[in-house]
Design a protein around this ligand. Structure first.
Ligand code: SF4
Ligand code: SF4
Length: 385
């Protein structure tokens, strides 16, 4: 039995186990999708897309379709900590429904402060009930950093004024899995930027359970749904990198799969926004693109139903899926300070005047970027093993 056979057998067992759980919805997912104008073949195409995104062979496609049909059997609790709700907004505010956003409608969302009708005492009661009733079964999704200074008093919520810190640690206790959605929940986000007066931290720093980080400001719907679907189908955590991000989503550098990469290698850079290079889609490194230091799948998955992404639209990557990016990646529209990058910026300037060959430039940039990574690694900053 090879690795995929064992995984396939595991997924089949998981689907069998899910099918024995009570369903929370009256209509099937196929009926719901049909009612929203999405045909079965689009649903299968979506399942094939999830399979490819998770780097699994195509025989897993029918299994993902099966797992999606049972998405209503796993209760979900979504907590908001210190954040802007941008992660929820980006996910639910698409102008046309996609299977990704509709899966979210189909799951059993037991608690989500922005979406539910209840408020005050009733909302708190709903949360308590959900945590009790589904103990050991619910997935906990957290959006936002957790203030920890002054015993968490910088964030209080609900009619009893409980701290976010106490709510999240209690909810984590009986969760089957915990996902930190967005950079704030994963790494603290802008709340944790220096000097971080509220002591904001990522969820994995305040709970003792394992946490999957799905960073991004915001993360793409694909990365959120892919993480959910992986857990739904296998019931276990995916392979994670050193920052607890799923490797299938955060295993590649933006720069390595960027559509402007050929221009970087050829030494063709946008010198100012709106110039001829910008119109011709040249590399945005000199306009502050942090793609060489950022790990995410934006260049392949894109946003807004896979239509486009920031670099495609003409702005550099800001490094939003990296820890402490507010402190380490600024200024956002300038290359990182040359003392940090150890010469990458001067290499870029030389490229502009001497037109080094593509190979030399590529090798040079990679070597310098590696030095940057190692330097930050020593400081416990942005780095990847
Ligand atoms: S520096 Fe940015 S725009 Fe240029 S190739 Fe790399 S990721 Fe793309
Ligand atoms: S391109 Fe960069 S800044 Fe933009 S969403 Fe992706 S990782 Fe974040």
């Amino acid at each position: 039995m090879n690795g995929f056979d064992a995984l396939y057998a595991k997924a089949k067992d998981r689907i069998q186990a899910l099918s024995e759980l009570p369903s929370f919805k009256e209509e099937s997912i196929e009926q719901m999708l049909e009612g929203r104008g999405i045909e079965r073949r689009d649903f299968i195409k979506w399942a094939a897309g999830i399979t490819a995104m998770l780097a699994l062979p195509s025989q897993f496609t029918p299994l993902f379709a099966e797992a999606a049909k049972m998405a209503d059997r796993i209760p979900l609790v979504w907590l908001h900590m210190a954040e802007c709700t941008g992660c929820s907004e980006s996910f639910i505010r698409s102008d046309a429904p996609t299977v990704d956003s509709l899966i979210f409608d189909y799951i059993s969302l037991e608690y989500h402060e922005t979406l539910m009708a209840a408020s005050g005492w009733q909302a708190e009661e709903n949360l308590n009930q959900a945590l009790k009733k589904y103990a050991g079964r619910y997935i906990l999704l957290v959006e936002g950093g957790v203030p920890t200074a002054m015993n968490g008093q910088y964030l209080t919520m609900g009619p009893q004024g409980r701290t976010g810190l106490s709510v999240v640690t209690e909810a984590a206790k009986d969760a089957a899995a915990i996902f930190s959605i967005g950079t704030c929940a994963a790494f603290g986000g802008i709340q944790a930027a220096a000097p971080n007066p509220t002591g904001a931290k990522g969820v994995d720093k305040v709970v003792s359970q394992s946490v999957i980080n799905v960073p991004g400001c915001p993360p793409s719907a694909s990365n959120i749904v892919g993480t959910l679907m992986h857990f739904l189908l296998f019931g276990t955590l995916p392979a994670l990198d050193r920052y607890h991000r799923p490797k299938w989503a955060y295993g590649n550098r933006i720069h390595d799969l960027c559509e402007r990469r050929g221009h970087f290698d050829a030494g063709e850079f946008v010198e100012s926004f709106g110039d001829d290079g910008a119109k011709d889609g040249w590399c945005l490194y000199k306009q502050g693109c942090k793609g060489p230091y950022t790990f995410n799948n934006c260049s392949t998955e894109r946003f807004n139903q896979h239509v486009n992404w920031p670099i495609g639209a003409g702005h550099g990557c800001m490094g939003c899926s990296e820890p402490d990016f507010w402190d380490t990646m600024g200024p956002l529209e300038k290359p990182i300070d040359s003392h940090l990058v150890m010469g990458l910026n001067s290499t870029v300037d030389k490229i502009g005047t001497t037109l080094l060959t593509a190979t030399l430039v590529g090798i040079g940039a990679h070597a310098v970027a590696s030095i940057f990574m190692n330097k930050h690694d020593e400081k416990g900053g942005v780095s990847h093993g």
